[in-house]
Design a protein around this ligand. Structure first.
Ligand code: PLP
Length: 340
């Protein structure tokens, strides 16, 4: 038994999902003739109450396309210093859009409306890059799965409106936030210009992210996707997996959250652990004390067929998911309790 807690991307399709893939009706999506891809896009745009939706192979490509839709070369976007768009998309912001990032020193990957306001370059001061976009992440990845307070998002939206800025949501784990906070998808649809929803993280599909947005922005999305190399053919097989996930594997995210919270509680009691970040969803971030190196700890777990990951700066990360069973959970908690 291998217990892989490095990420919620390691899951395999469930039996029901495999069945949905086998039964999928498909067509050539580059001609927009794939009925299942069209159905998935329609499902999500209705769920979020947005105008338009487009299926992308990856979350990075969907975020990068959104940034391209919102900006012109030379402009600047505002995001947290830990943002995925800045740290983990290969420098795509500058490569694809010729845009720079103004980084905010946020709290667990979350920024405030006041910080956004302060980070905006005055538009008539032509020496500075023109600020045109704000990107936020919910839940935050490097911030340990933290969820935004809806009131703060509303305030950020108000700042964006006042200053004519676009607002993009990197919602790789948005469903985790919606489940944890008992929110409605439409609350997000009303506030953001574009939203990316990942199907291959907690939702458990093999691949895919859907970009949702306002009509005027999204009219160019299919061209940008083509330019980035993301025009795909019989993608209905994967869209079927995504639809299945949305219909059957959203409510169960709560189970992942409970398990992550159990793990955080057990870690907090261990003498070898220095600090555990607040655990709101399916990500646990913690730090070891001085006497135990990260490499040694990770290696020790690996000997027991348990995989976790390091995020640098002393951060260790555990992510719970669909394929992390109750049996694995009991075993892992025992291992943590008996680790020297
Ligand atoms: C995983 C993730 C993405 C998208 O990553 P891909 O691997 O390109 O699908 C984007 N944002 C966040 C916060 C993520 O965790």
């Amino acid at each position: 038994m291998i217990i892989d807690l490095r990420s919620d991307t390691v899951t395999k399709p469930t039996t029901g999902m495999l069945q949905a893939i086998l039964n999928a009706q498909t067509g050539d999506d580059v001609y927009k003739e794939d009925p299942t891809a069209n159905k998935l896009e329609q499902y999500l745009l209705e769920l979020f109450g947005m105008d338009d939706a487009l299926f992308f192979p990856t979350g990075s490509m969907a975020n990068q396309a959104a940034i391209k839709l919102h900006t012109q070369p030379g402009e600047q976007l505002i995001c947290d210093k830990w943002a995925h768009v800045y740290n983990y998309e290969g420098g795509g912001v500058s490569f694809n859009s010729g845009v720079s990032c103004k980084l905010i020193d946020g709290n667990n990957g979350m920024i405030t409306a006041a910080q956004v306001e302060e980070a905006i370059n005055p538009p008539d001061f032509y020496h500075s890059p023109l600020t045109s976009l704000v990107c936020i992440e919910n839940t935050t990845n490097k911030g340990g799965g933290a969820c935004y307070d809806m009131n703060e998002i509303k305030k950020i939206k108000a700042v964006c409106d006042t200053h004519g800025l676009g607002l993009h949501l990197d919602g790789a784990r948005l469903m985790n936030a919606i489940v944890a906070k008992n929110e409605e998808p439409k609350q997000y649809g009303q506030l953001f210009d574009t939203v990316s929803i990942c199907l291959s993280k907690g939702l458990g599909a093999p691949l895919g992210t859907v970009l949702l947005g306002k009509k005027e922005l999204m009219s160019n999305a299919i061209r940008i996707r083509k330019i980035l190399g993301g025009g795909m053919r019989q993608i209905g097989y994967m869209a079927a997996a995504g639809l299945y996930a949305l219909e059957h594997q959203v409510d169960r995210l709560e189970e992942d959250h409970v398990k992550a919270s159990d793990i955080a509680s057990v870690l907090m009691q261990q003498s070898y652990v220095e600090k555990v970040e607040p655990t709101e969803t399916n990500i646990v971030i913690f730090y070891l004390g001085q006497d135990l190196s990260e490499e040694k700890f990770i290696e020790g777990l690996l000997q027991k067929n348990i995989k976790i990951s390091s995020m640098g700066q002393g951060k260790l990360r555990i992510v719970t998911h669909l394929d992390y069973t109750d049996e694995m959970h009991q075993h892992f908690l025992n291992v943590l309790n008996t680790h020297q």
